[in-house]
Design a protein around this ligand. Sequence first.
Ligand SMILES: [Zn+2]
Length: 315
Amino acid sequence: MFLKGILDFWLAYAMQNLLGATRLKHKQEWCIKMKAFVSVDLEGMPYVVAPSHLNLKGALYEEARKIATKITFAVADELHKNGFEEVVVADSHGPMVNLHVEDLPEYVEIIRGFPRPLSMVAGVEGCAAALFLGYHAKFGTAKSTFDHTYSGGSIRKVEVNGVEVSEFLLNAYVAGELGVPAIMVAGEAQLLKDDVEKWAPWAETVALKDSLSRVASKSPSMTKIEKQLREAVKNAVAKLEAKKVKPLVAKKPVNMRVTFLVSHFADVAALLPIAKRLDALTVEYTAQSMAEAYKTFELLVLAASGVAALLTQQT
Ligand SMILES: [Zn+2]
């Protein structure tokens, strides 16, 4: 009888520990939050067509901020409704302080300010998926609102391993190296045709504007756009769960070619020991990773801005 009592007590103790361990395991699983990454630019946003939409002191800047915040909110809200507990939003145009942060919900974490490491994709590490909003076509695209590649003031062309990239493709390569797939792109229609359909055909797309010229476009109503964005997020998350998406990975080492708008930017870029001057406007360098290639490019753009400011001071 006494022995059975000890046995019963031991069995109960063991069971309790076993259940406790199960509960702990369950708790640990819940502790791993599913995070999504959203990078937000302005030039590919609907109704954004005038230069004064894009600058902090522009007469229409406030309108652009409201539009970008509405679009970001709709996407973040739908991601949250589809199982993402956290949404990292990288405010990614110009000085990168555009969104009305007070209008974004509790589960959103906002990355703001520039310069910063990894620029438009800062904060993508550790996320399960990347989404790009308000993105636009690369420099030299005909009839495409505000076509440019990363810096309208200094860059003519960027090539990654021989492929001319848009900002979307450049950023998607950085995300891809960190294991994060691009699952959705919303922006200017020509970008979606040229780069998204070609390089990330699994990504859901929403055309926020069809361009009539570099400074004019046609867009659906905001109500319709919000519906399309929510539908696209739902589809993108379903594809992610079904493993029908993949990270875009650039071959290593990464060959980068940067063509500037004027030769004095290339003169300054060529001061970097790893940069080889190819012609008046172009330098080339090799990086061990996409992140390293991107950070070096960021540095070259900042150097170009610096020299531009210096020369302006002298006039
Ligand atoms: Zn921009």
